[in-house]
Write a protein that binds this ligand. Structure first.
Ligand code: PAF
Length: 311
């Protein structure tokens, strides 16, 4: 029998959005470390509510089923460990889709996975309201492709399935550039809103606006050296336009990094800032603002891991 079930591994907001949408078209199984209610509610950006039952599995007790595709939707810092657990139990050849932000786990997992690997980057917005309720906050667009441009037919087929399920998607042959573009936007916005506990739109005001500009200058210089172009293709102005457009469009949002900080979770700084700073050092560029953000967020993560002091 041909495998037909899409496994979604990592039942955060994006994972559950993908699962609930795909379940309208193909068999789906949501895989996570802890049990969740099988009956899940999705609230659409238009406010429509839809309840659906999803097949579930725990990562440590996977069923004897060969998935058609595995969508890895964990946070970036959890992706490699989640993949190691899965890989031990999967036959070779199962396609893997990496939905992580940043540019950290993608090259390593592309190398390590015993089967085709696609990367995805999306502007779909979602957040979790309860263990059984996901809010699809805003419609977006998804790009899919392999880092080396291979498996184009698979990327096209998956893009079609996602599009038919209500998540518009497109297969591309330059996913590496698109991952770096999203990383650039995340690097300019997320550390600042997380540090000052503000919504994205507040970055337009003083004293934050010059801070955003400084981050954009550093990001633009690093990416120019890496050969990554902004969507308009015109250097610093292109990056400024992209970042300020996103800030405008998401003015009312609390960015994912701020949500992580508020919830006491580890942030995705290693996937977003560390690859940029590694590129800066390769090209002998200095990036003091980005370096300071990374240092602050690393310090915060260390503190999260420390046991509370008792006296
Ligand atoms: O990380 C996020 O929340 C989003 O990618 C973005 C674009 C910064 C908007 O909040």
């Amino acid at each position: 029998m041909t495998p037909s079930t899409h496994w979604i591994v990592g039942p955060g907001a994006l994972g559950r959005l993908i699962a609930l949408r795909l379940a309208e078209r193909v068999p789906v199984r949501l895989v996570g470390r802890r049990p969740l209610p099988a009956r899940q509610t999705l609230v659409s950006p238009e406010g429509k509510t839809r309840e659906q039952s999803l097949a579930m599995a725990r990562t440590d007790a996977l069923p004897m089923e060969v998935p058609a595709v595995v969508h890895l939707t964990t946070k970036a810092h959890a992706a490699e460990a989640a993949h190691a657990t899965l890989a031990a139990q999967l036959p070779s050849g199962v396609p893997l889709v990496l939905w992580q932000n940043g540019f950290a786990c993608q090259p390593a997992l592309t190398e390590r996975h015993d089967g085709p690997v696609l990367c995805a980057t999306t502007t779909e917005g979602a957040h979790v309201q309860a263990d059984d309720r996901v809010i699809h906050a805003g419609h977006g667009h998804t790009f899919l492709g392999a880092l080396d441009g291979s498996n184009a037919d698979l990327a096209r087929a998956l893009a079609r399935t996602l599009t038919d399920a209500g998540l518009p998607a497109e297969a591309v042959d330059d996913i590496r550039i698109r991952l770096w573009r999203k990383l650039a936007v995340n690097a300019a916005i997320n550390p600042l809103v997380a540090r000052f506990t503000i919504r994205n739109g507040q970055l337009r005001d003083r004293p934050f606006r010059p801070m955003v500009e400084r981050s954009i200058n550093e990001v633009a210089a690093i990416l120019a050296a890496e050969g990554v172009t902004p969507p308009g293709g015109s250097g610093l102005e292109g990056w400024r336009e992209l970042v300020w457009q996103v800030i405008e469009a998401t003015a009312a949002n609390r960015a994912s990094m701020l949500q992580d900080v508020l919830a006491g979770r580890v942030t995705e700084h290693e996937a977003i800032l560390a690859p940029l700073l590694a590129a800066a050092s390769r090209h002998q560029l200095s990036a003091p603002c980005l370096a300071r953000h990374l240092q602050d967020l690393r310090l915060r993560t260390q503190k999260l891991a420390e046991p509370p002091t008792t006296c």
